[in-house]
Ligand binder design. Structure first.
Ligand code: PLP
Length: 431
């Protein structure tokens, strides 16, 4: 057993002053058993905890650390910005520069507003879509997670599934009634909802590659089908690219799949590890945002200079080094191929989904294409597998319903260590 005393003590203490001992639910390890590890530092592919354990990191802060932890170029940008003040509450040159860069990188974005999290980005985007169309309802997909805004906690993925509360108390009936849900990858179900709510649907929002029910890929024609339907019905199509933006390609999933939404939401990588989100889209829609237009949205710390500096360094690097995406895909494919071989060797049949540097293993022999098929996974087995990996120094997302994220710091050697640990953990989980 790896040492855990200090983390265990801290978790005990944390529960006296923090609800459930953590500041975001999935961190509590409830879905996998055992106590969370408290981290002290991280560099490159590795994280180090309070008990001196070293882990190969496959969550990378849930996505932002695409270059591994503490990359020098982002750290330097932050260090350089600090002496000029941590916050002004006025416009700055950096906000103009990062907006221009985002517009140049993301196909759907002609104008962009910076916020402080992915949740703020999605909440704001649907408000703008509602203001723009004069309609109230939105359509989301079962198992997709768009942050913890009230409208989205209906059939939500990520921690909401993990904890069994995909429909959260505290969300009013009125709000819930305005959120319609369809199964992911099911165009016919969306068409039926739109027909039944003619002229009332403001927006369809989705993860163009879903990462919050484990990784689920869009079926051929699904994204284009939504695009066509939205064009026909005057509905705003929103791609929530908080996870996939700057990760699957420099222009996100919309670049990879060649389908351009009306609006996009961004987060995670855009802040290089700092708390940043953004939403943007067509000029005619974004001109509804105050002070250009009537839809109110604001933020004391929005466009924060330290966060913008980190984000600018990260995005500039990705923009100038498209080979990063080839490298990430190769490393991830090496890991997935190794896992497939392991499954054969262990005589087990489980489903692995991958797009670029995102992947998930589902403990089911069924193909996973939506929330219902994701839920055929054996989560008890996943818990045993997770803990067997942790014992071998591999830090996975502590839930079946999450994607893993590969960083450029994962070398082929580190990838092979992961594959070896995977074989042993698959065998141990079945004992
Ligand atoms: N949208 C998606 C697709 C996400 O994956 C997340 C977070 O994981 C969010 C929105 C919410 O972002 P945040 O946690 O920064 O509020």
């Amino acid at each position: 057993m790896i040492k855990a005393q200090t983390s265990n003590d801290l978790f005990q203490r944390a529960q006296n002053s923090i609800p459930g001992g953590v500041n975001s639910p999935v961190r509590a390890f409830k879905a996998v058993g055992g106590n969370p590890r408290f981290m002290v530092s991280a560099k490159g592919a590795y994280m180090y905890d309070e008990d001196g354990n070293k882990f190969i990191d496959l969550i990378n802060s849930w996505g932002p650390m695409i270059l591994g932890h503490a990359p020098e170029l982002v750290e330097k940008a932050v260090r350089d910005a600090i002496p000029n003040s941590l916050s002004f509450g006025t416009p700055t040159r950096k906000e103009v520069e990062i907006a221009e860069l985002i517009v140049s990188m993301v196909p759907s974005i002609e104008k962009v507003r910076m916020v402080n999290s992915g949740t703020e980005a999605t909440m704001s985007a649907i408000r703008v879509a509602r203001g723009f169309t004069g309609r109230d309802k939105i359509i989301k997909f079962e198992g997709c997670y768009h942050g913890h805004g009230d409208s989205f906690l209906i059939s939500a993925g990520s921690g909401a599934i993990t904890l069994g509360v995909p429909d959260s108390p505290g969300v009013t009936k009125g709000t819930a009634n305005d959120t319609l849900t369809a199964p992911y990858n099911n165009l016919q179900a969306v068409q039926t909802l739109v027909d039944a709510n003619k002229g009332q649907v403001a927006a369809i929002i989705l993860e163009p590659v879903a990462g919050n029910m484990g990784l689920v890929t869009p079926a051929a024609g699904f994204l284009q089908g939504l695009r066509d339907l939205c064009d026909k019905e005057g509905i705003v199509l929103i791609f929530d690219e908080v996870m996939t933006g700057f990760r699957l390609a420099k222009g996100g999933a919309q670049e990879l799949y060649g389908v351009t939404p009306d609006m996009s939401t961004l987060g995670k990588i855009i802040g290089g590890g700092m708390p940043v989100g953004a939403y943007g889209g067509k000029t005619e829609i974004m001109n509804y945002v105050a002070p250009a237009g009537p839809v109110y949205q604001a933020g004391t710390l929005s466009g924060n200079p330290i966060a913008m500096s980190a984000g600018m360094a990260m995005l500039t690097y990705l923009n100038e080094h498209p080979e990063v995406y080839t490298q990430l895909e190769q490393t991830t494919s090496r890991m997935v191929a190794g896992m497939q071989q392991n499954l054969q060797q262990a005589g087990q049949q489980y489903t692995i989904n991958q797009v670029g540097s995102m992947f998930s293993i589902f403990f089911t022999d069924q193909p996973v294409t939506d929330f219902d098929s994701a839920k055929t996974s054996d989560t008890t087995l996943f818990g045993r597998y997770f803990n067997a990996m942790l014992e071998r120094g591999i830090y996975l997302a502590p839930s079946q319903y999450e994607s893993l994220f590969v960083s450029t710091a994962i070398t082929p050697e580190v990838a092979d260590q992961y594959v070896q640990a995977n074989l042993e953990a698959l065998q141990e989980a079945h004992q």
